[in-house]
Design a protein around this ligand. Structure first.
Ligand SMILES: *[C@@H]1O[C@H](CO)[C@@H](O)[C@H](O)[C@H]1NC(C)=O
Ligand SMILES: *[C@@H]1O[C@H](CO)[C@@H](O)[C@H](O)[C@H]1NC(C)=O
Length: 773
């Protein structure tokens, strides 16, 4: 037993406290059943109350269903630990070749200087350089990016030895030099300043070339690669370009100490206007083919161009899974979490994904593995290319092309694999490679791999492995979540729905866990209902919850209180502050009534084939004031857009309802008691408290990030409209029911009676309304 354990390169540890968790979940489940039972058996007979009540029932049914779905990943999450020292002892430097893919699309929105910081951090991995190859796919086909890479090649010759000698972390020069603490070793100070100077010089040159959009002629003569670009080339129309900048053999490129540098390749696949390019999935597939004739490493790491490596040992870390003797042969990919810099202490926009990273992905790992999230993922090349899992399959870790033939020949061969027509009549994008046709193609690719019998592994090391740039404004956050939820929702509605594709192939809890993100979007409607109708009910005197004296109030109190205590615990234990958790609740609301709502509407519009215009959320680049407010954790609005109007209207509506409702309770005494409306007051009150920053942004702030006056006006308009409609509706209903009642009570009454009845109950506002029309 112990010798077995000693052989393992990684261990798996269960999360603690699961018995307690399961007990808590069981009580919540009972609470939910009681709550639904109460709802279902006490539907009011008629009137506005009935419709509102049925709506509440529908919303609560949805929330209950979604809660059950999310239990799958919380039931028994696991953590993985690796033993890199054992890997080193067993394999030494006899490690497999690793190919790293970075995809960039546009030098304007993804500045080449930023992309190069990522590339340099990857080049500087603590890994045998002759076994490491980095491929940058430039879907912008831009000479500016190629120029930046040429500059980075020169800088790498100084950067890599510097990192190695002083064991520097992180190895992205941008992140490293941004740290305020200088190198402590005084003898290294001179070298530190020298390398810093080189880096700053490089960034200045790259930025100025990007700004002018032109590479000077005297630079173009330095590398024959520049001759690929002529005046006719545009980002949407160009031949395939493959340039090996460093060939990894040490012919022309060794670092300043004479060591070999990793292979570095620039790839711009062919683009023609008449061919669909399939976005990032198309770029990934081109890279898989191009790399197969250059290095053909059995392991492929895929990172986003803004995601630098924060830990130089990550490759060895991931290999502990693939090379493990007991489990390794089953593992198709190792997924690392997405971490972000630029997160503030209390996470004002709640973008750190802490709960997802710490709990939900670990929970999926229990049931067969996390999905592939498109970045920070190590793949086995064979599985990415469509291989099914079989027990007797043995990976040839020694494979890979180490001695390269003529660079020119290799480049020509690679170019043929990156043409538009190469994939015609092949299974690329379907059975082979990353799948085409969906906005979140990574997720279905990962699911398909798991359905072919493989496992995946989630690894969340103590030292974050990959760091990306997270959104720092509200608009960016809303946009990012809209993209995610829309992509996942459209997958859920497609033939790739986890319940369909996984049926009989993955376990039910895995299917449930993989559906969580697909079901984000539909949460919007019940949430919207829940934050509007009970509050309006309070104002109108329509009770929607049990009275304080009723025993039924127990589940209505227990379920939300316990759920929120648990959620706060989960947040805090995942690294949030308590205030960060509170901010997260606000953003939970904001996301559901904006991003997710747009996601649902857009998906439906697309499904109906009406158009692909949809909602556009426009994030803007942040200025200095904004960055300052971001650091101070003040919410940023600034411009008028419909999503802000929704947020402001909901906030305002709840304030009005709370004040109006409380006033009526105090004024009317008998008719409306606090007893009967306690939970509605509580719900409405909580919504008001959580929205305090929104009221501030509407009425009190003076800075440019406040909610613009036009948005405030619009939301006041909406609220008035809602109150008006609601008034119309209840009066109308009352009128109708009274009339019906009187009608049946006096079937044989005279026509005169009938007339007076009409006059007496005819609501006055309708006349007003008609007059206005
Ligand atoms: C984000 O972080 C980077 C470096 O870590 C910094 O240069 C940049 O100014 C930050 N942006 C904001 C909006 O805080
Ligand atoms: C990078 O890793 C270091 C070392 O563990 C850690 O302190 C730091 O927070 C990480 N960077 C980010 C942005 O998370």
């Amino acid at each position: 037993m112990t010798s077995e354990m000693e052989k393992r390169l990684f261990t798996t540890e269960k999360f603690g406290g699961r018995a307690l968790y399961k007990l808590h979940a069981a009580t919540v489940f009972v609470g939910i059943c009681m709550l639904l039972c109460y709802r279902a058996t006490r539907v009011p007979a008629a009137g506005a109350g009935r419709a509102a009540w049925l709506g509440m029932l529908a919303a609560e049914l949805w929330f209950s269903f979604y809660w059950v779905i999310t239990q799958s990943v919380r039931w028994c999450p696991i953590r993985r630990h690796t033993f890199k020292d054992k890997l080193a002892a067993r394999y030494g430097e006899r490690l497999p070749c690793v190919d790293i893919f970075v995809c960039t699309a546009d030098p304007q929105s993804e500045p080449p200087s930023l992309v190069m910081a990522t590339v340099l951090s990857l080049l500087a991995y603590n890994y045998p350089p002759e076994k490491l190859s980095i491929y940058l796919s430039d879907d912008g086909g831009s000479i500016l990016t190629f120029y930046a890479m040429w500059e980075a090649t020169a800088f790498a010759k100084h950067w890599l030895p510097f990192c190695r000698r002083h064991n520097i972390e992180p190895r992205s020069p941008a992140a490293y030099f941004a740290q305020s603490n200088m190198h402590h070793d005084p003898s290294a100070l001179q070298e530190w300043s020298f390398v810093k100077g080189l880096y700053e010089g490089m960034i200045e040159r790259i930025d100025s070339v990007v700004k002018s959009s032109k590479v000077p002629e005297e630079i173009r003569v330095n590398h024959k690669g520049f001759s690929e670009w002529n005046i006719r080339i545009t980002s949407k129309d160009h031949q395939p370009i493959v340039q090996i900048l460093i060939d990894g053999k040490g012919n022309d490129a060794v670092d300043s100490e004479g060591n070999v540098l990793p292979t570095l390749v620039y790839v711009a696949r062919e683009k023609r206007p008449q061919y669909h390019h399939n976005f990032k999935a198309g770029a990934m597939n081109a890279l898989i083919r191009v790399s197969s004739v250059i290095s053909n490493g059995p392991i492929i790491l895929n990172v986003d161009c803004d995601m630098y490596s924060n830990s130089s040992d990550s490759i060895r870390d991931a290999l502990c899974f693939f090379l493990d003797e007991e489990m390794g042969h089953k593992i198709a990919f190792v997924q690392y979490p997405q971490n972000f810099n630029n997160m503030t202490k209390n996470n004002i926009y709640s973008f750190s994904l802490n709960a997802i990273n710490q709990v939900e992905m670990s929970g999926l790992d229990t049931w067969g593995g996390p999905m592939y999230i498109g970045t920070g993922c190590f793949h086995r090349r064979e599985t990415l290319c469509g291989r099914r899992f079989t027990k007797d399959y043995k990976e040839d870790w020694g494979r890979g092309i180490k001695t390269k033939k003529h660079i020119d020949q290799t480049q020509e061969k690679a170019k043929l694999l990156a043409t538009c027509t190469y994939e015609d009549n092949t299974q690329w994008g379907n059975e082979i490679g990353v799948k085409y046709g969906y906005p979140t193609e990574d997720v279905i690719t990962g699911l398909a791999i798991l359905c072919r019998g493989w496992q995946s592994v989630y690894r969340n090391p103590p030292r974050p492995a990959f760091i990306g740039v997270g959104p720092t404004t509200l608009a960016q956050t809303i946009l990012q979540h809209k993209r995610w939820c829309e992509g996942n929702f459209s997958i859920f509605l497609s033939k790739y729905c986890p319940f369909l594709i996984g049926h009989g192939k993955t376990s039910l809890p895995h299917q449930m866990g993989s559906s969580i993100y697909g079901l984000w979007a539909p949460n919007s409607l019940p949430t919207l209902y829940y934050v509007v109708i009970p509050s309006l009910g309070l104002l109108k005197g329509i009770p929607l919850f049990p009275e304080t004296m009723s025993p039924w109030i127990t589940p209505f109190m227990y379920v939300p209180i316990v759920k929120n205590i648990y959620s706060a615990y989960e947040g805090v234990s995942s690294g949030d502050t308590l205030k960060g958790w509170w901010n997260g609740q606000r953003m939970w609301l904001v996301r559901r009534i904006t991003s997710y709502l747009y996601g649902v509407i857009d998906t439906i519009i697309k499904l109906l084939g009406l158009s692909n215009m949809g909602f556009a959320v426009s994030p803007k680049v942040s200025g200095e004031d904004e960055s300052k407010r971001y650091e101070e954790e003040i919410m940023e609005f600034g411009m008028s857009s419909p999503e802000y109007a929704i947020i402001a209207s909901i906030a305002l509506l709840n304030l009005v309802c709370l004040v109006g409702g409380l006033y009526q309770i105090m004024a009317s005494g008998e008719n409306m008691t606090l007893n009967g409306f306690f939970l509605q007051v509580l719900l409405c009150g909580l919504l008001v408290i959580i929205n305090i920053p929104i009221y501030e942004a509407m009425f009190f702030r003076k800075d440019t990030g406040r909610i613009p006056f036009s948005v405030t006006q619009a939301s006041v308009g909406f609220v008035l409209l809602a109150l008006f409609l609601c008034r119309v509706k209840t009066r109308w209903n009352k009128a109708l029911s009274r009339r019906r009642y009187k009608y049946s009570a006096a079937v044989s009454s005279t026509g005169e009676n009938e007339k007076s009845l009409n006059a007496g109950t005819k609501p006055g506002y309708i006349c007003v309304w008609r007059k206005k029309r």
